[in-house]
Each structure stands twice: as C-alpha cells, then as structure tokens.
Design a protein around this ligand. Structure first.
Ligand code: ATP
Ligand code: MG
Length: 371
C-alpha cells in the first residue's frame, strides 16, 4: 500500500557470547531509524533461541520453534554468533549450518569496504562484495582414510561436490547483486563512491588443476551471463584463485563483485576482511531466494564476552545489509553512513580499534547520527 509504512518482522538470534551484546545494539539502531521516504519500514522483533549455551541447557542447539517462527513469521533475521566447542560434543551440531540448510540460504555475502578514517584502519578505495557458495564444495565433508599398500602409511581423502544447480543459482545471485550494487551506488555522490566503473563480476576458480569440478563451476557461472541480456551491462572476468589473492592484497580496488566456490570463498573473505580492519567491523548476510539473515563475521569471542567491550559495528552493519537485501536501500545507506562517521571521528571506538569505549557507547554514538 503506497504511502503506508511497511512493518517488517525480524527474528533476533543473539545465540552465544558477544552475540548477546552486539545483537541488542543492532536492534536499537534499527529502532532508531527515522522515516526516510515513503517506504520507510517499522519493525517488529521476535527474540529466538539457538546456540551452544542453549544446547548445554536444553540438549538442542536449534529448537524447532525457532525455525518455525523464522519460516512462518519473519521477513528476515539477524544472527549473533555461536561458540564452537574445540572438541567434538556428542549430539551437538552447529545451528547456523542447520539454519542455512532449512531456510535454503545458499550464499554467504560479505561486503568489504574501506572507511575514510583519520585513524586509517584500512587501505583506501576498497569496495568489494564477496559471494561465497554455501552448500557444497569440500563442505559436503565426505572424507575417508585408507592405507597405502606399498608403504603401509595412512592416506586421507576428501571428496568435493560442485553441481550445476548450485553454481548456477550462485552465479545468478552474483550478477543480480552486481546490478543491485550499481543501483545502490546511485544513492551515493560520485566523489564518495569507491567503485566508479561499470559493475563487474570476477569468477574465482582453479580450473587449470581441477578441470572437472572448477571447470563446471566456471562454465556454469559464465553461461548465466551469456544467456541473459539482462546482464549485458555487467562486465565478467575470471581469475585463478591464487592470482586473485595476490591481486586482492596488491590492488584491492580492482574488484567489485567476486563469486567463489565454498572453500575458496571462505579463505578469500577472511583475507579480505583483514584489509579493512578488525573482525569487529565486518558484516555478512546469508542469502537465499526467499530469506535473508544478517550475521557479523566474527564469532562469539569468549575472551571478551560479558565485558561490554565487544565492537557492535559488525552487527550494526549486518542489520544494514539485511535492509539492503530486503530492498530498503536508503535506510541501509543511512546506517552505513552513521557507522562510517563514528569510525571516521574516532571518538567512540572499542578496544579492538584502539579505543576505550564500551559496546553501548558505540551503539549510542551510531544512534545519535542515525536519528
Ligand atoms: P568462536 O569459536 O565463537 O569463533 P573465537 O575464539 O574464534 O570464537 P572470534 O569471535 O572468532 O573468537 O574472535 C577472534 C578474536 O577477535 C578474539 O580475540 C576476539 O576477542 C576478537 N573479536 C571478535 N569479534 C570481536 C568484536 N566484535 N569486538 C572486539 N573483538 C572481537
Ligand atoms: Mg572464530
């Protein structure tokens, strides 16, 4: 209905450790958003259980109810962090993996963006979106061990799965997001844009070695563009993962959208996060065709949990990313700008960025700029 604010229902799953501190901060920022334009959403939040701590009390890491409510009542969700026990715990499996599966969140999307900061945490001019396929590759975990007959020594094997189905939909997401980012950038004055050219998708692979699996990945993603004129305005290129990484560190401003199979994507996206500062500032989103779940890249950080010094920025940006992927571009940009300004001023920074502010002080500083 035009002119009427849309009400979005967001599931909040703080889960473990600092997730319990940063997710409430992100919620406060969403609640503080003023009306921007006619389609400004209002929010309804539902707190949901999951995590290792929940498992220890209740014997399950992901109650059925959490999934049901997410599927039936929520427009999107924001996840905190889950502790991973260092040793195998009987009956425990990661709730985030299960949620991705049940909600069909088949790609993990990670923007890596420079901040123009006086304190300079980052290299300049980086604005990359990394899309990591999230359902297959070596993560199918088909491992086995045999014995080499001639030497009597152990041999370990891992099977890797690449399907045309998963590669195609991930490729499609990459081209769609390249167009979406291009549109999103129209909201930003040209002199402030880090990426000024045509949208570009870089396909990462290693098909010179893995010609069947990576060959299928590469070919399938290529064909997505070749078969659809909709993507004519998007440039496409390929890079072998090793040279891509070299380039990522030397010329990070060279990349726009990067799409990679699960394992390469995992490694590249952590490496790229190092280009722009602390783990505490990097957001991500788990994306499917029907649902989006924002999630800070960092874990539960048991070493600092409960001390009110976790950096809430990754979680706040994840809330922005959630809005961006739900189509609320102006609202998302409003959050990103407020966060950038807090970082640029450097007045309220948590210890991971060399400051002395508490989690809540950073949240309050962002809110002040958002309102
Ligand atoms: P997990 O098993 O949950 O991943 P971890 O020990 O690997 O836990 P991470 O959360 O991945 O911890 O964090 C790695 C390091 O980065 C820790 O020293 C942690 O304190 C720091 N860190 C992570 N997130 C933040 C944050 N939001 N603010 C400040 N420091 C952080
Ligand atoms: Mg970790």
């Amino acid at each position: 209905v035009s002119g009427q604010a849309k009400k979005l229902t967001i599931g909040l799953i703080p889960a473990d450790g600092i997730g319990k501190e940063v997710i409430p901060g992100a919620r406060q920022v969403l609640e503080a958003l003023p009306n921007i334009g006619v389609d400004s959403p209002s929010f309804n939040f539902i707190n949901l259980d999951a995590g290792f701590e929940y498992f220890q009390k209740n014997g399950t890491a992901l109650p059925e109810k959490t999934l049901e409510i997410m599927k039936n009542e929520c427009d999107g969700a924001l996840f905190g962090a889950v502790s991973s026990p260092s040793h195998k715990v009987a009956g425990y499996s990661s709730p985030i993996v299960a949620m991705r599966k049940h909600l069909d969140l088949y790609a993990n999307v990670r923007p890596v963006v420079s901040v123009a900061s006086e304190k300079d945490f980052s290299q300049k001019n980086v604005d990359i979106l990394i899309i990591r396929e999230n359902t297959e590759c070596l993560y199918v975990k088909q491992e086995r061990q045999t014995t080499d007959e001639s030497t009597g020594l152990k041999v370990a094997w891992a099977e890797r799965k690449i399907s045309e189905y998963a590669s195609r939909r991930c490729g499609k997401m990459a081209f769609e997001m390249a167009l979406g980012r291009d549109k999103f950038r129209q909201n930003i004055p040209l002199e402030k844009r880090f990426w000024k050219g045509k949208p570009k998708v870089t396909i990462v692979h290693k098909s010179n070695v893995l010609s069947i699996t990576d060959g299928l990945w590469r070919e399938t993603v290529r064909v997505v563009k070749e078969n659809d004129h909709k993507y004519d305005s998007v440039d496409m290129e390929e890079q072998l993962v090793d040279s891509m990484v070299y380039r990522l560190f030397r010329e990070p401003h060279y990349f726009d959208v990067v799409v990679a199979p699960n394992m390469y994507g995992d490694i590249i996206s952590d490496g790229a996060a190092a280009l722009v500062g602390s783990l505490g500032v990097v957001p991500s989103a788990n994306v499917g065709d029907k649902f989006v779940m924002g999630e800070p890249v960092h874990g539960s950080a048991p070493d600092i949990a409960g001390q009110n010094k976790a950096n809430p920025i990754a979680a706040i940006r994840s809330a922005g990313l959630l809005l961006e992927h739900m189509g609320f571009h102006q609202q998302a940009l409003h959050i990103y700008n407020a966060v950038d300004e807090v970082l640029r001023r450097g007045e309220y920074l948590t210890p991971d960025l060399g400051g002395r502010a508490t989690t809540q002080q950073v949240v309050d500083a962002v809110i002040k700029l958002v309102q």
